[in-house]
Design a protein around this ligand. Structure first.
Ligand SMILES: [Zn+2]
Length: 283
C-alpha cells in the first residue's frame, strides 16, 4: 500500500491570502489566537490513528507559540517552514524573500531546536515568475520544497509542471520538489485533489477517489494539505466578498469528520519519510 503524505500549514485564521485583504498584518497581534487548540486536536487525531505528518510552521506563529511547536516535535512529527509573515513570494524581491525565510528558520529553530529542511510557500506562490525562489531556499539550507501546484489557477500554480516528486537542478544546487496532489482526467485535464479547500468544498469521495487513482494507476503517493483553521467552524469570519468567503469558510463543519475518514482509509506519513530524496528526472 502506497504511503501518502499528510501536511498541515500551521497558521492562524487571519493569515490566509483571502483574509489578509481585510486584516492588515499590523492588526494580527490584537486578534484572538485559535491555533493552539486547533493544532492540539489535530495532534490527538493523528496520535489516535498512528499517523505521522509534516507541519509547515509560520515563523510568526513559532515566535508567539513556541511550546506548541515543541509539542508537535515531541509527538514525533516533522517540522517544515511556511515562511515568516505569509507573504506571496511573487510579490517579494529575492532579497525580501531571503530575509523572510531566514527569519522564519531562526524563529522555528528557537522554538523547537529543529532547523527545517522542507518549505511550503504561502498560497503555493512559487510560480513561473518566482521560480528563482527555489535557489534562495537551497542557499538557506532547504533540501525539499512542496510549494508548486501543477495546475492552472487564478492566483497560483504552474500548468504542465511535473506532477510527482522529483529533483530539480538549479544553479545553486539540487532540491527535491514534492508537488501537491493532482489527478489526470481522461480528457487530459489536470485536476487538483490536494486537500484544504477541495476537501472542504467537495464531497469526501472526490478526494478519496483522487488519492486512490494516484496510488493505484500511477503507483505514486499523493501529497495532501490542510490548515488548522479549516477544522475550527467557530473561528471569527474576517473575509468579505462572495468568492473569498466561499474559498475560506464553506464546509468547515464537515471537515473534522472528513479528515478522520481520510487518515483512517489511507496510509499517510511525513514528507521526508516518503521522499528522503526523489528520483532524478530530466528537467
Ligand atoms: Zn498558508
Amino acid at each position: 500500500m502506497v504511503s501518502n503524505i499528510l501536511t498541515i500549514d500551521v497558521e492562524e485564521y487571519f493569515h490566509p491570502t483571502e483574509v489578509q485583504a481585510f486584516v492588515g498584518s499590523g492588526e494580527w497581534g490584537s486578534l484572538l489566537s485559535r491555533v493552539e487548540p486547533e493544532v492540539n486536536s489535530i495532534l490527538d487525531l493523528l496520535e489516535e490513528k498512528g499517523v505521522t505528518a509534516t507541519f509547515f510552521i509560520l515563523g510568526w506563529v513559532a515566535e508567539r507559540r513556541p511550546r506548541l511547536v515543541q509539542a508537535i516535535v515531541d509527538r514525533g512529527h516533522e517540522i517544515g517552514c511556511h515562511s515568516y509573515a505569509h507573504r506571496l513570494i511573487y510579490d517579494l524581491t529575492p532579497a525580501e524573500f531571503r530575509e523572510d525565510t531566514l527569519r522564519a528558520v531562526a524563529t522555528i529553530g528557537d522554538a523547537c531546536g529543529v532547523v527545517p529542511k522542507v518549505f511550503r510557500a504561502p498560497s503555493y506562490s512559487i510560480t513561473r515568475e518566482s521560480f528563482w525562489a527555489l535557489e534562495t531556499l537551497i542557499e538557506c539550507g532547504f533540501t525539499h520544497d512542496s510549494s508548486i501546484y501543477p495546475i492552472a489557477h487564478d492566483r497560483y500554480g504552474i500548468a504542465g509542471f511535473e506532477r510527482h516528486a522529483h529533483v530539480l537542478d538549479t544553479p545553486s544546487g539540487p532540491i527535491t520538489e514534492v508537488p501537491i496532489a493532482t489527478v489526470k482526467l481522461a480528457s487530459g485535464r489536470i485536476a487538483p485533489i490536494g486537500g484544504g479547500g477541495y476537501l472542504r468544498l467537495l464531497p469526501y469521495r472526490y478526494t478519496a477517489a483522487g488519492i486512490r487513482k494516484v496510488n493505484r494507476e500511477e503507483q505514486q503517493p499523493a501529497c495532501i494539505y490542510f490548515h488548522p483553521w479549516e477544522i475550527d467552524p467557530d473561528h471569527p469570519r474576517l473575509a468579505r466578498g462572495r468568492i473569498a468567503r466561499l474559498r475560506t469558510y464553506t464546509g468547515l463543519k464537515g471537515m473534522p469528520r472528513k479528515l478522520e475518514r481520510l487518515v483512517s482509509e489511507f496510509r499517510f506519513s511525513s514528507l521526508m519519510a516518503v521522499h528522503p530524496r526523489a528520483a532524478r528526472t530530466a528537467a
